[in-house]
Design a binder for this molecule. Structure first.
Ligand code: BGC
Length: 446
């Protein structure tokens, strides 16, 4: 008897991104990306790792699609590396780079797996960064041109498109904390970048609507549910502000055509007035077909006299944490789904990422019994199913990640995969979580 069931056409998939798995960083005419530059700069990545080889997916994609098929996945979310297609960021395209994505897409289709393509999972061509990157408004047009080119070449084959993966991460980790490429630390630049990324999403969406294609298009912000750490008024307000900075900062422009006023005030109080041409908001808020959600964790928030708010998850020991030190809080996913259903006019939702890093052990029989990851998956799916029962239009779930891969500034120290990858031999081994996922897909529940 299944206790957790999903609707008949529910889409089950897994996700990756190009830089994290492909390798072949300078092969077949690929241009340099900001992540190539960042990883080749000593001291930026925890273990000194790079995506130069990664999982060598560029050469092993057939084997990887075979593994997806074995697990029974309906769909696969992957990203396209912009500098593989346009080594100079714009202008003349690189046919060999395009060929790789054609081969991969056909391989998926021949195996009955629906492609879900992300156009930007953080790989800006370095040459565009040299001209100001996302802080330069021209980049929004180059992105729309790149998107239009891909729509034209692959558009009839792709049912799902995601313009941007996690605009907050592009802007804030890339330009405020500097933990991600291009490693800038400047709040004013961060806000410009955040706006331009959304604008480029709107421009790409416009291009998509002008071509008559069969697929659906959306964007994938990272969300985290924020809870006040106490019922003190100052903590409640701090939690709302923190929600504004991460969640509303994207939901409002995309769905209401305006930025949240309290967050604008928060930044202007810090001496960073936020200004931009107001006609941009019409472009940014053009209706999408679905909203994709990346959800991993939630956060408890307290008032902070200088910063306005602070996350205090560290002060709780009742929550289990993943190897990223993120608390495991499945109820946060349920609350998020209901909230987005309400705030985004009952738009179709897709969970485009959810998953957990844990330290895995290979036993003497070569098996990986990753029980914690299995529990994480089931507990989050229970909440997803509860949300569907409440009427949320959740259409699919993509697990992060298909396989262990390059985890950005953490290098190869964090493992999220359903499939273990030996970084030396490149041998792939399906973990028990992968077999669990296979059963869940087969039974459409558990
Ligand atoms: C990103 C992935 C990343 C994952 C785990 C998301 O922020 O889209 O690229 O590997 O979370 O950190």
């Amino acid at each position: 008897m299944l206790t957790t069931k999903f609707p008949k056409d529910f889409i089950w998939g897994s996700a990756t991104s190009s830089y994290q798995i492909e390798g072949a960083y300078n092969e077949d005419g690929k241009g340099e990306s900001i992540w190539d530059r960042f990883c080749h700069t000593p001291g930026k990545i925890q273990d000194g790792g790079t995506g130069d080889v990664a999982c060598d997916h560029y050469h092993r994609y057939k084997e990887d699609v075979g593994l997806m098929k074995e697990i029974g996945m309906h769909s696969y979310r992957y990203s396209i590396s912009w500098p593989r297609i346009f080594p100079e960021g714009k202008g003349k395209h690189n046919e060999k780079g395009l060929d790789f994505y054609k081969r991969l897409t056909h391989e998926l289709l021949e195996n009955g797996i629906k492609p879900a393509v992300t156009l930007y999972h953080w790989e800006l061509p370095q040459i565009l960064q040299d001209r100001g990157g996302w802080a330069n408004r021209d980049t929004t047009d180059y992105f729309a041109d790149y998107a239009g080119f891909i729509f034209e070449k692959l558009g009839d084959l792709i049912p799902f498109w995601i313009t941007h993966n996690e605009p907050w991460v592009t802007a804030f980790l890339g330009h405020m904390t500097g933990d991600h490429a291009p490693g800038i630390k400047d709040l004013k630049t961060t806000l410009e970048v955040s706006h331009n990324v959304l604008l480029s999403h709107g421009k790409a969406l416009n291009v998509y609507r002008q071509i008559n294609l069969p697929g659906k298009i959306g964007i994938a912000p990272n969300f985290s549910t924020k809870y006040p750490a106490s019922n003190k008024q100052e903590d409640i307000l701090a939690s709302e502000l923190s929600d504004g900075v991460l969640n509303k900062w994207f939901i409002y422009p995309l769905f209401k055509g305006e930025y949240p006023k309290d967050v604008i005030k928060f930044y202007s109080d810090k001496g960073i007035p936020f200004d931009f041409p107001h006609e941009d908001m019409k472009i940014i808020s053009k209706p999408m077909d679905f909203l994709a959600i990346n959800y991993y964790t939630s956060e408890f928030i307290k008032h902070h006299p200088v910063n306005g708010f602070e996350g205090v998850n560290d002060q709780y020991d009742q929550f289990e944490k993943t190897d990223m030190d993120w608390i495991i809080y499945p109820k946060g996913l349920y609350d998020l789904l209901l909230r987005l259903d309400n705030d985004c006019n009952k738009i179709d939702l897709i969970i485009s990422e959810n998953g957990a890093a844990f330290v895995d052990k290979i036993d003497e029989n070569g098996k990986i019994n990753d029980v914690k990851r299995m529990n994480y998956i089931k507990d989050h799916l229970i909440e997803a199913s509860n949300a569907i029962e409440k009427g949320v239009n959740l259409k699919g779930y993509y697990l992060w990640s298909l396989m262990d891969n390059f985890e950005w500034s953490y290098g190869y120290t964090k493992k999220f995969g359903l499939i273990h990858v030996d970084n030396i031999s490149q041998k792939r081994t399906i973990k028990n979580s992968g077999y669990l996922y296979k059963d869940i897909i087969k039974n459409n529940g558990f």
